[in-house]
Design a protein around this ligand. Structure first.
Ligand SMILES: Nc1ncnc2c1ncn2[C@@H]1O[C@H](COP(=O)(O)OP(=O)(O)OP(=O)(O)O)[C@@H](O)[C@H]1O
Ligand SMILES: [Mg+2]
Length: 231
């Protein structure tokens, strides 16, 4: 289980996260939502070792993850699908997938077949450049690249942003399948309310860098949560 406790984060002098706490369990989707600029991406960057946090703790299965680099976070089993996808535009789909090997020993440098079962389109487009894929295909590639390292924690930053509806559905199905495997904790940062409401097992609303509401599906009130993230 991933546990974030009282996390704070600054950019220079300005404090962005003011003591965020949440947990993410294997086989569950934990949705983090909130309006623009409240600190959702900053939270994921802290967990993924992309930006140092200032205070609080992050633990994975009871082991503290101390101010990791992105590489160390990857080695520890944390995979990050960044907002805006960050596919390498001039590299082929195959080469983009191979960048996911960075945290794995050489003997494991092979794209597992199940990646293509989740995203069949990637097999057809292996030799196409990343930059020539549609936005939805790039999102699929970014998720596939993150899965190469067989992570214990998958961080998804607004995977539906700017994506057409049929691919959104497909991404939702993939997230459900990954959850059903039972071994991966999934943190889904998402502003598309209906999408995350359908999918998630628990919800965390963030306002101005702090948790304003949190609860499990079935216990949390939909309208109250919606009100928290619509202001
Ligand atoms: N590198 C940076 N340097 C300085 N300020 C930053 C930096 N990155 C983000 N910020 C600021 O931190 C705040 C939180 O940004 P963040 O990207 O975490 O929000 P977000 O909730 O992901 O927003 P969005 O929904 O638009 O993706 C914003 O005010 C933003 O301007
Ligand atoms: Mg963001």
């Amino acid at each position: 289980m991933l546990s974030v406790d009282n996390l704070t984060l600054h950019y220079g002098q300005s404090q962005i996260l003011h003591g965020i706490s949440l947990t993410a369990e294997p086989g569950k989707v934990t949705a983090v939502t909130g309006t623009n600029g409240v600190g959702k991406t900053s939270l994921l960057k802290a967990i993924a070792g992309r930006h140092p946090y200032s205070g609080g703790t992050i633990t994975l299965d009871g082991q503290p993850l101390k101010h990791l680099s992105a590489y160390q976070a990857g080695r520890a089993g944390i995979a990050y699908v960044p907002q805006g996808r960050e596919v390498f535009p001039l590299m082929t789909v195959q080469e983009n997938l191979e960048t996911g090997f960075a945290c794995l020993p050489r003997s494991e440098h092979k794209v597992p077949e199940h990646i293509f079962e989740l995203f069949p389109i990637l097999k057809d487009f292996l030799h196409r450049r990343g930059g020539d894929l549609s936005g939805g295909q790039q999102q699929q590639l970014a998720i596939a690249r993150a899965l190469i390292s067989r992570p214990r924690v998958l961080l998804l930053d607004e995977p539906t942003e700017g994506i057409q509806p049929n691919i959104i559905q497909q991404i939702g199905r993939v997230i459900s399948q990954l959850r059903a495997q039972g071994d991966m904790a999934i943190i889904l940062v998402e502003q598309y309310f209906d999408f995350m409401w359908e999918l998630a097992d628990s919800f965390v609303a963030v306002q101005r860098g702090a948790v304003s509401m949190a609860g499990r599906a079935g216990e949390i009130d939909r309208d109250a949560l919606l009100a928290k993230v619509s202001i």
